[in-house]
Ligand binder design. Structure first.
Ligand code: PLP
Length: 443
């Protein structure tokens, strides 16, 4: 019996023993196409030799040096490379071990920035309903996902939640896209005014919402209006690109598609591509200097920040992306996958929406396409679909509670950037079989 404490500890999971390109292999030799990169992690597949070599070489040279005493070559080089390729004024990098740590760091940096600036009354963080920013208590407090918060609500920090930009489910057909985007963005201003303009420190959002809504980009103009509102009220804009960043949407940084500047950006998953646990928080020189010229240091830290082997892996991953023009490849393969999904599911009676950007796609499953009514949550459709897909030899990431934390199902796809068109076609075929099998057994 397994003594590992996995996420779904009731499920009996196959034991993964090897990786081969876009495939995972279990101990019985069964191959699974990694159609979601786990949870949008494995962007380079599972056997990238350059990344593996970089890890080996770094481990042989130097495995660890604590960042209160030393910096390291791979950490410095990776920071330089990220900054050279980051949009806007992102000039400083703080390495951590994953997405939640990155979001925790961002929240604390925003707070410390205002303390150093002489505005200690700024303490509120505004986020969006149906969002997920991590499972540690600060990040979970920021997240607005009902299910993930529910059991922990009494011990979470109070934060504000406004509407997400989720036009498929929440826009009235009488309202045009742009007007909808402005209206939901304006909820931010209303919330800032409700809390008191000078008391809000930051707004946090995913440029393309991943796990909770399923690859939902905002409508045109939404983030421009959000940026304007943040500027008008002196509020920092934190963009959580833990899932949608690092090339996944066809942009190295997902918010490049919005034409806006961020104050702080959180990245993780694709940065280490699963080869090492690593995340990072990027911020502007202005924020960094305010802290540096104030108390002198960011009152934060974890033992493994800037870990040499993790940053060596991250460096090799980013080099792979840049040297092989993988971000452009994501745009092309993303368009191919979108077409293949449209061809297969556009007329499917239970696929209500096909959406996403780049190789970050999802299908929202509904009982009724016209009314967009979701299936009853007691059917646990997304979980069943995940299981049926695994039986087919496909890894895809299920989402439930899409609509309001309780109702709604979607399937998230985030295949490796190296997936060929033939493999993406096969992904769609396996997914189609899994969906039809699940629906025919369930409804
Ligand atoms: N933020 C977003 C948008 C995420 O999707 C996730 C994880 O799924 C996190 C933060 C937390 O990242 P981690 O699981 O690496 O702590």
């Amino acid at each position: 019996m397994s003594h590992v404490f996995p996420r779904h500890c009731h499920a009996s999971l196959p034991t993964a023993v090897a990786g081969d390109g876009c495939y995972l292999i279990d101990k019985d030799g069964k191959r699974y196409f990694d159609g979601s990169g786990g949870a949008a992690v494995s962007c380079l597949g599972h056997s990238n030799q350059n990344v593996i070599n970089a890890i080996k070489e770094q481990a042989e040279k130097l495995a660890f040096a604590h960042t209160s005493f030393f910096t390291s070559e791979p950490a410095e080089e990776l920071a330089d490379l990220l900054i050279a390729n980051a949009p806007g004024d992102l000039d400083r990098v703080y390495f951590v071990s994953g997405g939640s740590e990155s979001v925790e760091s961002a929240i604390k940096l925003a707070r410390q920035y205002f303390v150093e600036k002489g505005e200690p009354q700024r303490r509120h963080l505004i986020a969006r309903r149906q969002s997920y920013h991590g499972n540690t208590l600060g990040a979970l407090s920021a997240g607005g996902n009902v299910l993930r918060r529910e059991k922990f609500a009494p011990i979470l920090v109070e934060m504000s939640h406004i509407a997400p930009c989720y036009e498929y489910a929440e826009r009235d057909s009488a309202e045009d896209l742009e007007a909808y985007g402005q209206r939901v963005a304006n909820e931010l201003e209303a919330e800032i005014l409700r809390l008191g303009s000078g008391t809000v420190m930051a707004f946090i959002a995913e440029p393309v919402v991943g796990a909770t809504l399923g690859a939902v980009p905002s409508v045109p103009g939404y983030f421009k209006r959000v940026r304007e509102i943040c500027d008008e009220h002196g509020v920092l804009l934190i963009l959580d690109e833990v899932m949608c960043g690092m090339g996944r949407t066809g942009y190295l940084f997902a918010h490049e598609a919005e034409g806006i500047k961020a104050d702080i950006v959180c990245i993780a998953k694709g940065l280490g591509a699963g080869y090492q646990p690593i995340g990072a928080m990027l911020c502007t020189d202005h924020i960094y200097n305010t802290v540096k010229e104030g108390s002198g240091f960011f009152q934060h830290g974890h033992t493994y920040i800037g870990h040499p082997v993790a940053t060596a892996a991250g460096l090799a991953v980013v080099k792979e992306m840049l040297n092989n023009d993988l971000v452009n490849q994501v745009k092309q393969r993303g368009a191919f996958l979108e077409q293949a999904l449209q061809a297969k599911f556009a007329d499917h009676p239970h696929i209500g929406d096909l959406r996403g950007r780049g190789l970050f796609r999802s299908l929202e499953i509904v009982e009724n396409r016209d009314s967009k009514k979701p299936f009853d949550p007691s059917l646990a459709l997304a979980g069943k679909l995940k299981k049926a897909a695994l039986e087919e030899g496909l890894v895809c990431y299920p989402g439930s509670g899409t609509r309001d934390g309780k109702h709604g199902d979607h399937i998230l796809l985030a295949p490796p950037f190296i997936a060929s068109e033939a493999q993406l076609t096969e992904l769609v075929e396996m997914l189609s079989r899994a969906i039809d099998k699940t629906l025919s057994k369930t409804i």
